[in-house]
Write a protein that binds this ligand. Structure first.
Ligand code: SF4
Length: 61
């Protein structure tokens, strides 16, 4: 699973609240830590579905 964040991320922090291991907010922009995705796939999908602006994209599984 590879995650990317589009430019419309507002840095709201919803994703990092759902999945603090994978998503970190840096300079008001979410940055995924790909080394932590394995084992956290389900909460990554929760973050995708709960991002208010649809900025999280799963590029590959
Ligand atoms: S939930 Fe979406 S808009 Fe909010 S910080 Fe995460 S990627 Fe950005």
């Amino acid at each position: 699973m590879h995650i990317s964040i589009s430019d419309n991320c507002t840095g709201c922090g919803v994703c990092s609240t759902i999945n603090p291991e994978v998503f970190e907010i840096r300079k008001a922009f979410a940055v995924p830590d790909h080394t932590k995705v394995s084992g956290n796939e389900e909460s990554c999908m929760d973050a995708v579905f709960n991002c208010p602006v649809g900025a999280i994209h799963i590029d590959e599984f």
